[in-house]
Design a protein around this ligand. Structure first.
Ligand code: SAM
Length: 224
């Protein structure tokens, strides 16, 4: 029976990879990845030459069928996302849903490692025994509802945001509650890692002074 390994990869620093992940990459028949350039960069760093197959949100049914065929032929596959733990707010999530539905008996194994949500939670300084993770804010509709959910939660809330919308999202959140405490983690594990901490108004002011480059995780906590 074939095994599908869901393998976590670095969220920036290429040294954040487990021995087991590297061994698995060498042992499987193929590695399924989002962007072949991103994954090739990681594999080259560790001199691994296992063939890659790309999948992404728009790959469509043909690609899904190809993956099912490989598994039915007994091929062992590793699946990675561009960064972090596959299946968490990325195209790996839809793919695993499809595979579990089509092949309920397939063995799927996790090879855990970095995830931006957990990295941010662990350094937030908020009580994290319980927290909510909401993924990305919607791009168009229901944004206000999303930010109300953030502001009203009893527990710290974590969400992802891109460089294009981070400031807009923080401004919208501020309109709902300008007393929220925030930790905004930019470029975790990378050269320009920056952690902004403070009341939302302070964080936005600090933000405006900097260039809005990179990737962001926001942790918000209601005033208690
Ligand atoms: N599955 C991934 C994980 O486990 O972290 C997340 C994939 S999601 C498509 C990508 C988002 O994660 C980015 O837009 C950003 O919000 C967050 N992210 C990923 N790497 C990051 C980093 N190094 N620093 C801050 N945020 C990061």
């Amino acid at each position: 029976m074939a095994t599908l390994y869901f393998v976590a990869t670095p969220i920036g620093n290429l040294e954040d990879i487990s021995f087991r992940a590297l061994r698995t990459f060498k042992e499987v028949d193929f590695i399924l990845c989002e962007d072949t350039r991103v994954t090739k960069n990681l594999l080259d760093h560790y001199s691994i030459s296992t063939p890659l197959i790309s999948y992404h949100t728009h790959s469509g049914l043909e690609k899904n069928d190809e993956i099912l065929r490989l598994l039915r032929e007994g091929k062992n596959l590793a699946l990675v996302s561009d960064a972090g733990t596959p299946g968490i707010s990325d195209p790996g999530g839809k793919l695993i849903e499809f595979i579990v539905e089509q092949m309920p008996k397939i063995v799927i194994t996790s090879i855990p490692g970095p995830s931006a949500v957990i990295a941010a939670a662990s350094i937030s300084g908020f009580p994290m025994d319980k927290f909510q993770f909401l993924g990305f804010p919607p791009v168009k509709n229901k944004r206000k509802k999303f930010f109300e959910e953030v502001a009203e939660s009893r527990y710290p809330v974590i969400f992802y945001e891109s460089r294009y919308r981070i400031l807009k999202s923080l401004e919208e959140l501020k309109k709902i509650d300008d007393t929220l405490s925030l930790v905004v983690c930019r470029e975790l594990t990378k050269k320009f890692e920056t952690i902004y901490r403070g009341i939302i108004t302070e964080v936005i002011a600090a933000f405006k002074k900097d260039e809005m480059r990179g990737e962001f995780v926001v942790v918000a906590r209601r005033k208690m």
